[in-house]
Design a protein around this ligand. Structure first.
Ligand code: ATP
Ligand code: MG
Length: 486
């Protein structure tokens, strides 16, 4: 190994219960004369001192069968093979608090790419260095010794972490050609870590962006979703746009990053792409909300019109945006639920923005019905969709959303109360006792409703309600108050 630094702080990053598993595995493999190291994302995240993933990833020079044996000897409760020919053994450990921990141990690999268009052929690698050399970025190509905490870092991953740089391992263009998914992974790590792409790696992204055509829609969609939900999503989007990846994987909205302000005028349009990115960053980091944020104003350029008085309008852009959202997500084979949810949110996002005191209960109820299960996500988007630099505007917009949320909460509370109905209505009581309408109906219904609210009677229990009503009516006829019933 060319470089090796000692990192005493390393182990402080792993929770004690997990560390016990890591050390037991390290000792068991060591005793059997096999190498075992923590590898990839977990090493990167440990060194960044950010929250670690729940799962532990290792690499070893043991072959899968032996890995499985050693893993069970180290105390794993069960084991399974993840695609036997990829050489990954999954192990499940139980923590003292009964939580389960997944461990994945992969035999060192070396990959060979027979040509550009075929899938890589996987071969066992001889050494850890073979294994690290096939990994995508320097910050992902480090390993850590589970017993000593020593970092194995042949490609300068620690230096790149310190400089916050995403740099390909080896020749960037060749690495992207081998596996174009790495282009999107690079942009995704920018969005997750807030790093910048190193210049040669960046140029190679530009050169290789067209090779993304070889990647399946599902994998593209999964990477884009991870990018969009990253804390630095706008940086990831810039990386996509500036390397031509955006145009490649999102052709239906390829125009969006090129949208710039219209020149001058009394109602200068805000820069659509800058606005879009800010809304993405500001919105809740959930897939549906972030996709909606990316697409919410994408219909605007198609609807732009200028009125005789010189004002810019985008009438109908929500509907047009909904159409675009469907196109974009269908092209990426997104699941149906996400497609429907995002389209609905994009179509509706103009409505909560226009909420004011004049809205009636039924107008709010209609919005609640139209938004359905997407109501929360819709309000999240609308709350984020205020990027004005003017604080009065910001404050007014926040008040408007708060007032709408309060209005919705009131209607929901009333609806919940509305569920507490007498199991028998007036018609049923009249039929049951063959009596004409009168004050007695209200008295009995109120008493029954009170019992439902107190939980002494089910709202559907008509027969139970009938016998209670019979007793109540007898008491009423004797001139007693109904509230003396027990
Ligand atoms: P996270 O799981 O936090 O998203 P990660 O770095 O663990 O990040 P994974 O997709 O889980 O990412 O991959 C684990 C490791 O495998 C990576 O750190 C990297 O070393 C390697 N790797 C994954 N995908 C590729 C790829 N397409 N090309 C080369 N190496 C890859
Ligand atoms: Mg991982």
């Amino acid at each position: 190994m060319s470089t090796a630094h000692h990192h005493p702080s390393l182990k402080s990053q792993i929770p004690a219960a997990h560390l016990a598993i890591v050390e037991r595995l390290g000792q068991t493999f060591h005793a059997a004369g096999k190498e075992l190291v923590l590898v990839g994302g977990i090493v990167r995240d440990m060194l960044l001192e950010i929250e670690l993933p729940a799962d532990l990833d290792f690499a070893t020079n043991a072959l899968p069968e032996e890995t499985e044996e050693l893993g069970l000897a180290a105390g794993a409760e069960s084991s399974y093979l993840i695609g036997a020919h990829f050489g990954t053994v999954g192990l499940v450990f139980r923590l003292p608090n009964e939580d389960m921990v997944n461990v994945e141990i992969t035999t060192y690999r070396a990959e060979h790419y027979p040509d550009d268009t075929r899938k890589p052929a996987v071969e066992w690698g001889e050494t850890l260095e073979d294994d690290l050399s096939r990994r995508d970025f320097t910050v992902n190509a480090m390993a850590a010794d589970p017993l000593t905490g020593e970092i194995i870092d042949p490609y300068g991953g620690q230096a790149d972490l310190a400089m916050a740089i995403i740099r390909a391992v080896g020749d960037p263009e060749a690495r992207f050609r081998e596996d174009p998914l790495r282009l999107l992974r690079g942009a995704r790590f920018v969005a997750q870590l807030g790093f910048a792409v190193e210049a040669r790696t960046f140029d190679a992204m530009i050169a290789q962006a067209p090779s993304l055509a070889r990647i399946s829609k599902e994998r593209i969609y999964a990477e884009l979703t991870r990018l969009l939900t990253g804390p630095y999503a706008s940086h990831g989007l810039d990386t996509l746009a500036d390397t031509g990846q955006f145009q490649q994987v999102l052709p239906d909205i390829a125009f969006l990053p090129d949208e710039s302000p219209l020149p001058g005028g009394p109602h200068r349009e805000k820069d659509l792409w800058e606005h879009t990115k800010r809304v993405v960053d500001r919105s809740a980091a959930r897939p549906v909300v972030r996709w909606s944020a990316l697409l919410h104003d994408a219909g605007k350029p198609l609807c732009r019109a200028i009125s005789p008085s010189g004002e810019i309008h985008f009438i109908g852009h929500e509907r047009e945006g909904g159409v675009l959202a469907s196109k974009v997500l269908a092209r990426l084979n997104a699941d149906r639920a996400t497609q429907t949810a995002v389209r609905r949110i994009v179509e509706l996002h103009g409505r909560p923005e226009s909420y004011d005191d004049s809205w009636t209960d039924s107008a709010v109820r209609r919005l609640m019905l139209d938004a359905g299960d997407q109501l929360d996500d819709l309000l999240e988007l609308v709350a984020a969709d205020v990027t004005s630099a003017r604080t009065e505007k910001q404050t007014a917009a926040r008040k408007r959303i708060d007032a709408l949320r309060a209005h919705i909460a009131r209607l929901e509370a009333e609806r919940a109360l509305g569920d507490y109905q007498s199991p028998l209505d007036g018609q049923e009581l009249m039929a049951l006792f063959n009596r004409p309408p009168g004050k007695w109906i209200g008295d009995i219904k109120d008493a029954l409703r009170e019992m439902v609210i107190d939980g002494d009677l089910e709202p559907e229990d008509k027969s139970g309600a009938s016998s209670i009503a019979t007793r109540l009516l007898a008491m009423l006829d004797q001139g007693k108050g109904v509230d003396t019933v027990s």
